[in-house]
Write a protein that binds this ligand. Structure first.
Ligand code: SAM
Length: 283
């Protein structure tokens, strides 16, 4: 679907786009192909697409994989897609379309996503919570390829000591490695977004850095507490949540300076600290 087809369909359907739903539609064929290329799809793949909009990405995905499951919040677009892809919506024909809020769906549904890939042009206003929800799911998708605000892409790729490093880098980084990213010019969207955009490829770690729900939720607690006040020393913040002597010996054994702030501590060190604070004590 090129730009003039998109504009014509919107006019014909009487659809006025809603800014709060992040309705900036991608119409550039090269960028769509690059995004799909990042997913390294095979015919056996199942793909979750969040926010299909008018379906430019959905169309490309359906040509390459077994199943596309798309969740769209805007009923007008769901109805548009039902017409556009009527044949593919028949049982066993490769497309399942759900009208709903993807974040609510992910939070409220326990599902094994391990055989799935996510390929999306996410609505920017809810992109970070959706990513965290997917990334921390017990059985998360094998790969996530998504278009985001460039600032969020930078956070996902940032390492300790860099300006963009923080909570999102660590919460997503625990289970996913950012393998690649590229910039997408604003002119590739309709309407053009006010912010810069990029696409990132996240690949699930195998093996995971921490296994088991207890250690993973402890990691989330350690990281959230450590970043709760960015200017404060991490050890002081953690004392409010964890046993003081155990904390101090963990810092000493791992060689973490007591005066350090969270933004200078690597993912690897947060993982080791989690094991020391919440792992089973040695016999
Ligand atoms: N994939 C299309 C494209 O590339 O042109 C549309 C992408 S547009 C950036 C984001 C889409 O997400 C819109 O269609 C919007 O209606 C939908 N959306 C916004 N919030 C949503 C939510 N919470 N759950 C599901 N879809 C949502």
């Amino acid at each position: 679907m090129n730009l003039s087809e998109m504009k014509a369909a919107l006019t014909e359907g009487g659809i006025q786009l809603t800014k709060s739903l992040g309705q900036n539609f991608l119409h550039d064929g090269n960028q769509l192909r690059r995004i799909v290329g990042g997913a390294e799809l095979t015919a056996a793949d199942s793909v979750l697409e969040i926010g299909p909009g008018m379906g430019p990405l959905t169309e490309q995905l359906m040509g390459q994989v077994g199943t596309v499951f798309a969740i769209e919040k805007d009923l007008r677009l769901v109805q548009f897609l039902q017409q556009r892809f009527a044949e593919r919506l028949e049982p066993g024909k490769g497309l399942e379309l759900l009208h709903g809020d993807a974040l609510g769906y992910l939070k409220g549904t326990v599902r094994d996503w391990s055989g799935w890939k996510v390929v999306s042009n996410l609505p920017y206003s809810v992109a970070s919570p959706i990513l965290v929800e997917l990334a921390l799911a017990p059985q998360g998708p094998a790969r996530i390829v998504t278009t985001l605000q460039l600032e969020v892409v930078r956070r996902l790729c940032a390492k300790e000591g860099q300006d963009d490093y923080g909570l999102l880098s660590l919460l997503v980084g625990l289970h996913y490695e950012a393998k690649a990213w590229f910039r997408i010019p604003a002119s590739c969207f309709f309407p053009e977004p006010d912010v810069e955009s990029g696409c990132v490829v996240l690949v699930r770690r195998n093996p995971l850095l921490l296994s088991g729900p207890e250690l993973q939720s402890c990691f989330v607690k350690v990281v959230k507490t450590s970043f709760s006040q960015r200017r404060k020393m991490m050890l002081k913040l953690l004392r409010a949540q964890f046993d003081g002597p155990r904390l101090e010996s963990a810092f000493m054994e791992l060689g973490i300076p007591v005066g350090i702030r969270a933004e200078r501590v690597s993912l690897g060190l947060f993982v080791q600290l989690t094991r020391k604070l919440c792992g089973k004590a040695p016999d």
